[in-house]
Design a protein around this ligand. Structure first.
Ligand code: ZN
Length: 270
């Protein structure tokens, strides 16, 4: 599933090839995404020029003079640039043709993604989102204050998009391991000093994932669009029953939290 780093990597990959370009033609082969694509998307995009791209949480925004295209990759979506004569494959639902000979092609086998046209930069999907994890707004002080009245497990709190956006399951597992915090510890029982470590770990794990994705940016032009996915070496996620890489003594334990896999070291994480 595309997480924040993959969305950011996609944005950085397509940005230099689409900014300043004019949309020449739009082909929608299947409008049935998570929400149906609006009937006039083609009309709104054709002839418009791309001003810039942005990302908010796991949403990619492509800004035009007249509004913005809000794209979510859902469970299996990808957005990549292909030559205009490249034949569509199965599940290539939308092509946005540009005046430089590229098509921005949206591919999504499971169709859980979405594409919305926004007349201005606000949309209900973007309301109520917490701060970006890599922003200064997301600090230990903030997380400490936010968690004081929350007895839910700390992992739930850092995965709550109202608290902070973009911390997916894998990254939550890895960051809690790096910070030495047990994922099922009550959020209001974690000290400020330990939230310092956790915030640092969240920023580091996401920044590394973006960097790793960034080294394979060329794959967003013509490649299979899968570059950067889970490319970083994982310390705990997917390693239940294996030896902890830090203490080299305990085996990693797996529990289920909200039906998601949580893996941690009972010795290194308290
Ligand atoms: Zn350990």
């Amino acid at each position: 599933m595309p997480e924040l780093p993959e969305v950011e990597t996609t944005r950085r990959g397509i940005q230099p090839h689409i900014v300043g370009r004019k949309v020449t033609a739009v082909t929608v082969r299947d409008r049935r995404l998570r929400w149906p694509i609006c009937d006039d998307l083609e009309q709104r995009l054709e002839g418009a020029s791309v001003l810039t791209t942005r990302r908010r949480a796991k949403y990619l925004l492509i800004d035009f003079e007249t509004g913005s295209l809000l794209v979510h990759l859902g469970m299996s979506g990808s957005l990549r640039l292909v030559a205009e004569n490249e034949q569509p494959r199965k599940h290539d639902h939308v092509d946005i043709g540009l005046d430089n000979g590229f098509l921005l092609r949206y591919h999504d086998p499971r169709r859980f993604g979405s594409m919305h046209w926004l007349d201005d930069a606000s949309h209900m999907l973007l309301d109520h989102l917490g701060p970006e994890p890599l922003s200064t707004e997301f600090s230990a002080d903030y997380l400490y204050r936010t968690s004081r009245k929350r007895s839910a497990p700390v992992k739930h709190v850092i995965m709550d998009a109202k608290v902070v956006v973009g911390v997916g399951n894998i990254y939550a597992n890895e960051a809690l391991f790096m910070a030495g915090i047990r994922p099922d510890r009550a959020a209001n029982k974690v000290s400020k000093a330990r939230y310092e470590l956790l915030v640092e770990a969240i920023k580091q794990v996401l920044a590394t994932a973006i960097e790793v994705g960034g080294t394979t940016l060329r794959d967003f032009v013509g490649g299979d669009g899968k570059a950067g996915y889970f490319a970083q070496s994982l310390q705990v996620y997917g390693r239940a029953g294996e030896l902890c890489k830090r203490c080299k003594d305990q085996t990693l334990r797996e529990i289920r939290q909200s039906n998601r896999s949580t893996v941690f070291c009972p010795s290194c994480q308290r």
